[in-house]
Design a protein around this ligand. Sequence first.
Ligand SMILES: Nc1nc2c(ncn2[C@@H]2O[C@H](COP(=O)(O)OP(=O)(O)OP(=O)(O)O)[C@@H](O)[C@H]2O)c(=O)[nH]1
Length: 226
Amino acid sequence: MKDCWHAQVKSVCQDRASRSMGMMSKVVMLGDLYVGKTCLINRFCKNMFDRDYKATIGVDFEIEKFELSGVPYSLQIWDTAGQEKFKCIASAYYRGAQVIITVFDLADIKTLDHTRQWLEEAMKENDPGSCFVFLVGTKRDLLSSAECRKMERDAIKIANEMQAEFWSVSAKTGENVQDLFFRVAALAFEDAILKEVEGVTAPTVIGPGGLISKTMCCITAPSGCV
Ligand SMILES: Nc1nc2c(ncn2[C@@H]2O[C@H](COP(=O)(O)OP(=O)(O)OP(=O)(O)O)[C@@H](O)[C@H]2O)c(=O)[nH]1
């Protein structure tokens, strides 16, 4: 069965690769103003960090291109404004997300409390269970290791409630930023391929993903597949 699943995945990848047919997944970043959403995207997509704050007006997006198992693959990363006055514009872009990243500032506990509300808003526009959810604490560089561990304990509780994967990062130093987005890409890519493989039911939880770089990816079979 596992061999059969691998063969089907391989055939979908080969077919797409031979036809140079790309795949794309939509990622939506949300969270309070000033938590560092734009900086996180800029660190990953442009390897840059800007210490000056420029509020996002409504929404913005970046496309990051990869090649996974020979298949051209892109993440369309939507950066939404945290300011209340732009909420109605930004929420129009929540629909159809494969991945929702709720972002908070590790140095500001109230932004962590607000992540539940942000996720609730995003899930009004998406079907339950249709998205991978990440909870990401930013500005890790501003905290001592002890402060960081304390915040992370609180954040993990909320991540468990949200059924989200928790990551602690810094856009300033770049710590964990690339690993976070590679993990996002691996999960979203596996999910997109699974949906294409006929007769395979997508599992609720997908395994640890594969090793992924901008030029290669190794896909693991879902845990439910024997
Ligand atoms: N020290 C430190 N500062 C950061 C980090 N990430 C962002 N900042 C700073 O935090 C401020 C806000 O960052 P943005 O990325 O603009 O925040 P945002 O969440 O996109 O804000 P809105 O667009 O209003 O929703 C800026 O002054 C950044 O320089 C980080 O990892 N470490």
